[in-house]
Design a binder for this molecule. Structure first.
Ligand code: F0G
Length: 459
């Protein structure tokens, strides 16, 4: 090891994108116009955009060069073969089915294997995954370990599946009603927490015993593999690429959003080993996404992903990536700001319920904190709490399990001084948290209200 402590960005900047500096008064006007909903803002009124890490990262010089190689042939494009080789190098599944993004892969998979009376266990379903399971009439069950349900406790693999509960569920229902077990790496809805290899091997053994296939929701597979390398006993000397291959070898298939660890702005895929399942999925693909050698993607997108997959397993990149997320989280923890611990791979989750104890959950402490970060510093995060999960199909409203604000870090996009600025703003807002007031919803749609609801501040 070198003697220097600072982990630097393993790249220099080649092309820059301006961000617009706004005044507090301008931001107040913009957020009022947006009905106090951060999704309604014009993105150029945002200074540091931490709404999501999905499709918002910077592509490399070599990815932009690969884009120029994009071949737009309808069938059998060389770009498809470049994509296929790159995917199968890490995930050697027999069938790879390209889609325009992750949820399209989910939609196709669950349309085939889901349906009324079926149950899909997962460590924690991401919202689109849950929605696609439930849309078919199947039930989505979350079985993350108990530690994964509490923001404060430290555990190296808080995304792990509760093997005891998984086994009990599989024993209780006949295998025929459980078409697949899913594991989400890293566990986004549970704080971006990783799953250990040991736990995956345990899930595999249970699946084998009951004859149920195992699928990965692998959006952040490289970040998960880095946590395995750095946290799991016996893994430190392995190449990340080999850890990824072992993870793949434990599964029968995967869904993927290339907007995360594909380092691309769009794209995804579904991969399976089963020939008959692949055929059924391809038939659906042709209906809604496109011919099987491009899915919903342009040839240039396939090329960008092929190159992105080579870059994302680079260990200098991953060391920087995980360190830069932890840098933000640790600085906030040092300032006494409560966060989900330990810091996950792609985001820092602020615990708004702990920070704003005077704002009851049904007055939306996460929304209050997220709006304040925007008004004071132009930072856009995302409420993950009672606004997002509090309203139920029967019209009732209850507090969500947690009221969090996610600050998601786009890949290779912001510098350390941007992050230092975020720390300064969050600290300032946190020190004045007792002055923040809750919100009331004045207009909301029947489902997925967080995207479009309008709010009014309480006085
Ligand atoms: N699975 C997980 C774990 C995800 O985080 C996402 C997207 C998807 C599936 C769906 O992929 O967006 O390509 O259709 N997560 C984004 C986020 C939107 O902000 O966390 P997609």
């Amino acid at each position: 090891m070198e003697r220097w402590q600072t982990i630097i960005e393993p790249f220099r900047i080649h092309s820059v994108e301006p961000i617009r500096i706004t005044s507090r008064a301008e931001r107040l006007g913009a957020i009022e116009e947006a009905g106090h909903n951060l999704f309604n803002l014009h993105a150029d009124d945002v200074l540091i955009d931490l709404l999501t890490d999905s499709g918002t990262g910077a592509m490399s010089r070599d990815q932009w060069a690969a884009v120029q190689h994009g071949d737009e042939s309808y069938a059998g494009s060389p770009s498809w073969y470049a994509f296929l080789a790159s995917v199968q190098d890490l995930f050697p599944f027999r069938h790879v089915i390209p889609t325009h993004q992750g949820r399209a892969a989910e939609k196709i998979l669950f349309s085939v294997i889901g349906g009324p009376g079926k149950t899909i266990p997962n460590n924690t379903h991401f919202d689109t995954t849950r929605a696609n399971v439930e849309f078919t009439g199947a039930e989505a069950v979350d079985l993350v370990i108990e530690e994964g349900r509490h923001p404060e406790g430290e555990h190296p693999f808080k995304g792990n599946m509760d093997l005891g509960r998984l086994e009990a569920l599989l024993a209780e229902r006949t295998p025929a009603t459980i078409p697949a077990v899913l594991v989400t790496i890293t566990n986004n809805s549970g704080g971006g927490q990783p799953v250990s290899l040991e736990n995956l091997r345990g899930v595999r053994a249970i699946c084998d015993r009951f004859g149920v296939p195992l699928f990965l929701d692998a959006c952040r597979f490289a970040e998960n593999a880095w946590f395995v390398k750095t946290r799991e006993p016996g893994q430190a000397d392995r190449a990340v690429r080999d850890i990824v291959r072992e993870i793949a070898s434990l599964a029968d298939g995967m869904t993927m959003s290339a907007k995360k660890d594909g380092l691309a702005n769009i794209g995804g895929w579904l991969a399976v080993n089963d020939d008959r399942l692949a055929e059924q999925c391809r038939n659906l693909l042709i209906l809604t996404e496109g011919f099987p050698t491009y899915g919903g993607l342009a040839g240039r997108d396939l090329e960008a992903i092929a190159q992105g997959l080579r870059e994302v397993v680079d260990e200098d990149y991953l060391r920087y990536r995980i360190r830069s997320t932890a840098y933000l989280g640790d600085a906030l923890a040092e300032a006494g700001v409560p966060t989900v611990r330990p810091i996950g791979g792609h985001a820092v989750y602020l615990d708004a319920r702990a920070l704003l104890p005077h704002v009851p959950p049904l007055r939306y402490p996460g929304q209050a904190l997220a709006v304040a970060l925007y008004v004071e510093g132009g930072i856009r995060g995302c409420e993950i709490g009672t606004v997002m999960f509090g309203r139920h199909p029967d019209g009732s409203e209850t507090p969500a399990a947690m009221d969090l604000v996610r600050l998601a870090i786009p890949r290779r996009t912001y510098t350390q001084s941007h992050v230092d600025y975020v720390v300064e703003v969050v600290r300032w807002v946190a020190e004045r948290a007792r002055d923040l007031r809750g919100y009331r919803i004045v207009d909301e749609p029947p489902a997925l209200r967080h995207f479009t609801a309008r709010f009014e501040p309480l006085v």
